[in-house]
Design a protein around this ligand. Structure first.
Ligand code: OSB
Ligand code: MG
Length: 376
């Protein structure tokens, strides 16, 4: 495939319901999409960077800068056969993993279409349906949270994860367990605690949680290992794992017993597969995390979740939980039993709604070898 042009675009999409974590509330997403135009198919990738550098150091604006100035230009005019060739071409640039992931995944997306193969098979996946969980943000009241859990359980979701922070934790877990004593329940702190709160964190053990996700600092393994020794509840790392070496180090230190894989956080499909393989070799189950993606990122998460060590329900849920109208068709749907059926058609398995994407676009830049032109 010859890369003829790469389009960067930012779209705006209001969320159906606000999403609040320990680091803040989001009501509207700014989403950076990357399109790789080849002499054959067109591949799409979604950058999962947030509006602000709160989850990680990246944001939509830093990703745009990295893609436009450093990451995309070396691909223009080049012949690329595989998405897996991308990491070596971007290796000189440090960090900017979410930006790299968007571009690499767009190339895999194009490759799958060019080969007439479902993306999941190209990634090495084998599961034909994936179990789904939901991540429920901090709400305005406990009752509002309980109502949301009720809705998601009736929709069939197989695991409920609630965001937590000091002041929104044990009391909340208690109310959930009073009503649903045996559902698969986990919590995600997004680094809201320190090791000084260890006595408080030990109280989490009463609630039979599947895991506590990233309780301590976003860049730490060492203190998580100390905490894990004192907790019955399994720690799952999210923010701290940037690649296969991190996964290996965290596992050897005993910093976690479960890993959340987000393809953007680790820099693209190649590294996500490598993290999956390290975890598999060490008997550590993984699940696919979410970043409030549009349908493009969501379809890529579905494909990744088909790899065999994705044994726990992921944060990959239906389009309608986030969007009035998704930018792919059909929208992602979840069965009453809480599974997504993996598409069997070539590529990502969902069509792009080009007109809708154009309507939602607030900035766009087309990069070509030797030239770059701003449009709109
Ligand atoms: O930590 O998993 C997280 C959303 C934004 C930033 C961080 C996280 C999340 C989620 C959302 O939990 C999961 C989803 O997309 O459904
Ligand atoms: Mg998380």
């Amino acid at each position: 495939m010859k890369v003829e042009a790469i389009t960067l675009r930012e779209i705006r999409m209001p969320l159906v319901h606000f999403f609040e974590t320990s680091f803040g509330r989001t009501t509207e997403r700014r989403i950076l999409l990357v399109t790789v135009h080849t002499d054959g198919p067109e591949g799409w990738g979604e950058c999962v960077a947030g509006e602000d550098p709160f989850y990680s150091e990246e944001s939509v604006d830093t990703a745009w800068y990295a893609l436009e100035k450093y990451l995309a230009p070396p691909f223009l005019g080049k012949g690329i056969d595989k998405g897996a060739e991308a990491p070596a071409m971007m290796g000189k640039i440090r960090g900017h993993r979410m930006a790299k992931g968007a571009l690499e995944n767009a190339l895999w997306d194009a490759e799958a279409q060019a080969r007439q193969t479902p993306l999941c098979l190209l990634l090495g996946g084998s599961q034909t349906e994936i179990p789904c969980g939901v991540s429920i943000g901090i709400q305005n009241s406990h009752d509002q949270l309980l109502e949301k859990i009720e809705t998601e359980l009736s929709a069939g979701y197989r695991r409920i994860k609630v965001k937590c922070k000091p002041g929104w934790d044990v009391e909340v877990f208690g109310k959930i367990r009073d009503r649903w004593s045996d559902i698969l329940l986990s919590c995600d702190a997004n680094s809201a605690y320190t090791l000084e709160q260890i006595e408080h964190l030990k109280k989490f053990d009463r609630f039979n949680l599947l895991m506590i996700e990233q309780p301590l600092w976003y860049d730490d393994f060492y203190f998580h290992a100390q905490l894990q020794k004192k907790l019955k509840t399994s720690i799952c790392l999210d923010e701290a794992i940037h690649g296969a070496r991190d996964a290996q180090a965290a596992i050897e230190l005993g910093a976690c017993r479960i890993i959340n894989i987000k393809v953007g956080r680790v820099g693209g499909f190649s590294e996500a597969i490598a993290v999956h393989n390290v975890a598999l070799k060490n008997g550590i189950p993984v699940w696919c995390g979410g970043m409030l993606e549009s349908g493009i990122g969501r379809s890529h998460n579905i494909a990744l979740s088909t790899l065999k060590n994705f044994t726990l329900p992921g944060d990959v849920s239906a389009s309608k939980r986030y969007w009035k109208e998704d930018i792919i068709e059909p929208a992602v749907e979840v069965s009453p039993q809480g599974f997504i059926k993996v598409p069997e058609t070539a590529g990502r398995g969902f069509k792009i709604k080009a007109d809708l994407i154009e309507k939602l676009t607030v900035r766009k830049k087309i990069l070509r070898a030797g030239v770059s032109s701003a449009a709109d």
